[in-house]
Ligand binder design. Sequence first.
Ligand code: AMP
Length: 175
Amino acid sequence: MTLDELKTYIRDIRDFPKRGIVFKDITPLLAAGPALQEVVDRIADRYRGRVDMVLGIESRGFIIGAAVAYRLGLGLALVRKPGKLPSERYAARYELEYGSDTLEIHRDAFGDHSRVLIVDDLLATGGTASAAIELVRRLDGEVVACAFIIELAFLKGRARLAAPDVFALLSYASE
Ligand code: AMP
């Protein structure tokens, strides 16, 4: 399946979750077996042999991250919203348009010097992924790349990401 074909499975929802936002809905892609397989395989193929661990960001990053990890025969680490992880954890705060938010990781999510692939569904301003990068560093992991299905390139989020490789399958130059 080509990337142009894949793009037809992303649905724009205007004014969700609030006015002025165009929400990129990936549920049509998740519902279509060949499209889901294409996304997972393209990400997995790119990083095969180059990473030791996949890290999924709550919650849509869990879906793609788990499938990529399974495909590569690797484990999955979770970066979650506050109050969800039961064991010892680290937290990283990041700024939003209005206010700030926090993400957490278990301190034993992976071993020192693990080569980590961070996965999420969408890169917007980069705040979420940059918090995930900070958490990987706190655990002495090496961020190999951040991989996304979608990049909203006009928000220039990739400039905020201190990762050697920022990869997105589908890029949008404007809303
Ligand atoms: P950011 O931290 O600004 O890069 O936002 C990325 C996170 O917010 C990802 O976990 C996305 O799932 C979600 N997100 C932000 N903007 C959108 C959007 N326009 N459509 C769908 N999800 C979005």
